[in-house]
Write a protein of this length. Structure first.
Length: 736
């Protein structure tokens, strides 16, 4: 574990409770990395994991059960059971947390043998688990059981101590598009909750150690908002000279129309969009004796009025200038890996530690009508050079000791993914990575092979509504056929695919929802999709649908905006109640992900009448038969991912003629194979494989190879598409 050096620092960066249990949210690490380049010292903390570890400890549970004893008779049967078993929870909690931190692997046997963990209602779902985790390893099964044990305790906390508790969110409903600040403000006048007390105790100790001049809260989600305000309230009451600022995903999307002065009883500054330059200017402002200084995209209170200042002439920093994220100070060896559900993609989110990086700022597509494409963090697209990115990966591996990366892009650009993959392989870096993409046709079988070779294990992308009419309305820029071919390319290369699915899009008919489900059923049945999740459409203020609702046939409910504005309630002119599809869509998907129930009639998933699907049962199968023709673009880069073959010359005779042949034997990690060619062509190929090796400095194009080949022989295409060469293409000869 890294030593935390919390001696005096200029800025204290805080992620308030709660985001993820298994890995820190990256915003403060990005900012600390940037501040390093400016020689502004910063200390960062993930208050969420620190509160969780204090709560879920022997002493934490002893206090929890003490606090709840006064309301014993109000508890439901499940909470009474947990309370009765309190000694078992207190006895086991430290061992279980250590196990989930990866420190105590041998405990898995005891957890799995039963009669070790106290069990309450969350364990009732275990019958499902046997089928979901059938072939699962012992460590993972034990992680899942330990997760259920923690969820039982969480249920107890919610019922008996603090109704707002949640592992990855806290008091989330108070932050969910509250157009008025009233409810949150009133809530902040209440006594501190049990969780608040733990939070404030840790915060107070850290402020006294660090003695910062400025405290910055990064608030990514609605579920972090209440705690951020609670902390800021404590700071104002107890450290009145300290300045507080808030930035991050929540204010970026929700607080752009802020008018309520009471917010500034808690925060001195609220910044929008990219945080680097705003935080630098706020720091200069706080530490200067001047009364007037330029600021960038910053709200503050002036003459008792909420004022938005954007009067700095300086430009935002380029991605190449913001430095490498710096994870020091964070308790990287204390995060806990949980396995909540059997969804393979969701387990990537919650299991294991990932270094987070961004390939490109913003989205290179930037057209989807449901997305907040009017906001700078999506609208302004700026990729980073592959070499700089892989330099940053190497720095992070050295810094954290972890070689897993999650690229947190809106959508990673295929051309940049290709360059990053080539750079990773060239440097012989051993990394594991995953990211979010658009299912576009650039993801050829060859590109997917290259990505897999570089350590890519999974991608997620929006299929949204599996209907070509709606994909066009969404301006997704893909068709269902294209999605099917791309998911097949990823799957066949060994990369897992997760699809975001959407229902209830404006003007979507019941028929389209049913047809969309049928498309999804076929994608899973053919094995080219491994994971998915249905989201109901939400209309947001900064998306094209939110900005021009009449074009999409929706009628928004308008409220006066004093505080947050993002999710907008609306009526769809079709009058369809899309909520009722939720249960059936999710239940069918759960079964499809486990490879079962493909033969069920779609009607079986719903308890109300639905129309029959109009999609032929072999629709996706036929999409996959529409194969690309035999052509390679002249400017395509040809790369060899394999090694040097062993060669052997032999003579072949036929009808009194004899000629020399060459046998080339290749070995890869899992198998050996050979091809035979005319000896001269074989010698040319051995030399060429060396030139086009992934480790070679210069990349060679298809037309350069063709020119070189045709100086000696004719018709390169005939050679390139011959049977021996097609064999090599299966084993790492790729056109990019």
């Amino acid at each position: 574990m890294q030593k935390t050096n919390s001696s005096l620092k200029d800025i204290l960066l805080i992620t308030p409770p709660f985001t993820q249990l298994n890995t820190p949210y990256p915003a403060t690490a990005y900012l600390k990395g940037f501040l390093n380049t400016k020689n502004i010292s910063a200390y960062q903390m993930d208050l969420g994991i620190e509160v969780i570890l204090e709560l879920f400890s022997k002493q934490g549970l002893e206090r929890l059960f003490q606090v709840s004893i006064f309301r014993l008779e109000e508890f439901g049967a499940n909470s009474q059971r947990i309370f009765t078993l309190k000694d078992d929870y207190i006895k086991t909690i430290d061992s279980v947390i250590a196990f989930l931190q990866g420190k105590n692997p041998s405990l898995a046997r005891q957890i799995c043998s039963g009669n070790f963990l106290p069990e309450a209602s969350r364990f009732d779902q275990l019958d499902d688990m046997e089928f979901a985790f059938g072939s699962m390893g012992m460590q993972d099964k034990a992680k899942h059981l330990a997760t259920l044990y923690l969820e039982d305790l969480s249920d107890f906390i919610v019922e008996c101590v603090d109704e707002n508790f949640g592992f990855s969110r806290y008091a989330e409903r108070l932050g969910r598009s509250a157009n008025s600040f009233d409810e949150l403000y009133n809530h902040l006048q209440n006594e501190l909750t049990f969780i608040d007390e733990i939070t404030i105790k840790i915060l107070k100790e850290r402020i006294e150690e660090v003695q910062p001049k400025l405290i910055c809260f990064s608030v990514p989600f609605p579920g972090n908002l209440y705690s951020a305000f609670r902390c800021a309230q404590f700071i104002k009451a107890n450290f009145p000279n300290l300045k507080t600022a808030m930035g991050g995903g929540f204010p970026n999307t929700e607080l752009r129309e802020l008018k309520d002065q009471r917010v500034f009883e808690f925060f001195d500054f609220i910044t929008l969009d990219d945080g680097e330059l705003p935080i630098e200017l706020v720091y200069d402002f706080v530490t200067s004796s001047e009364l007037e200084m330029p600021l960038k995209r910053t709200f503050l209170l002036e003459n008792n009025q909420v004022t938005y200042k954007n009067n700095s002439t300086r430009h935002d920093y380029k991605q190449s200038e913001v430095g490498t994220p710096d994870y020091s100070d964070l308790l990287l060896d204390k995060y806990i890996s949980v396995i909540e559900v059997a969804n393979p993609m969701h387990s990537l989110w919650s299991d294991g530690r990932w270094n987070k990086l961004t390939m490109a700022h913003g989205c290179y597509w930037g057209k989807c009508t449901f997305c907040d494409i009017s906001l700078d963090y999506i609208k302004l697209y700026e990729p980073i050079a592959a070499k700089i990115l892989v330099d940053r990966m190497e720095e992070l591996i050295a810094q954290t000791g972890e070689n897993g990366f999650h690229f947190v892009d809106e959508a990673a650009p295929p051309a940049l993914m290709r360059e990053v993959a080539l750079e990773i392989i060239k440097r012989k870096l051993l990394v594991t990575w995953w990211t979010n993409i658009r299912f576009e046709k650039s993801f050829t079988a060859d590109l997917c092979l290259l990505l897999k070779e570089s350590g890519c294990i999974a991608v997620s992308g929006g299929l949204e509504v599996a209907s070509d009419r709606l994909l066009e309305l969404i301006k997704k820029g893909v068709t269902v056929e294209q999605v099917a071919q791309v998911t097949r390319n990823f799957t066949e290369s060994g990369i897992m695919v997760h699809a975001y699915l959407m229902y209830g899009y404006p003007t979507q008919t019941i028929q389209e929802t049913v047809d969309s489900l049928e498309m999804v059923r076929q994608l899973f049945e053919l094995g080219i999709l491994q994971s998915g999740f249905w989201h109901q459409f939400a209309m947001t203020a900064h998306s094209p649908v939110g900005m021009f609702p009449e074009e999409f046939g929706v009628i928004p409910e308008q409220n006066e905006i004093m505080f947050a504005n993002n999710d907008i309630n609306f009526k769809d002119k079709t009058g369809i109640n899309h909520d009722k599809f939720s249960y059936g869509l999710k239940k069918s998907l759960f079964n499809y992900m486990h490879g079962i129930c493909f033969d069920y009639d779609l009607q079986d998933w719903f308890d109300f009448k639905i129309p029959k699907t109009k999609i032929p049962s072999d629709y996706i199968y036929n999409c996959l038969q529409n194969e690309q023709n035999f052509t390679t673009k002249p400017n395509a880069k040809i790369v060899w991912l394999g090694g040097t073959p062993l060669t052997e010359i032999y003579t072949k005779s036929k009808k009194g003629n004899s000629w020399e042949m060459m046998k080339l034997t290749f070995h890869n990690k899992t198998q050996s194979y050979d091809i035979s060619l005319n000896a001269e062509e074989g010698k040319w190929l051995v030399k060429t494989l060396d030139k086009i090796s992934v480790f070679a400095e210069n990349k060679i194009t298809f037309s350069q190879l063709k020119t070189d080949f045709e100086q000696k022989w004719e018709d390169f295409e005939l050679f390139w598409y011959s049977k021996p060469m097609m064999t090599l293409k299966q084993f790492g000869l790729v056109s990019l």
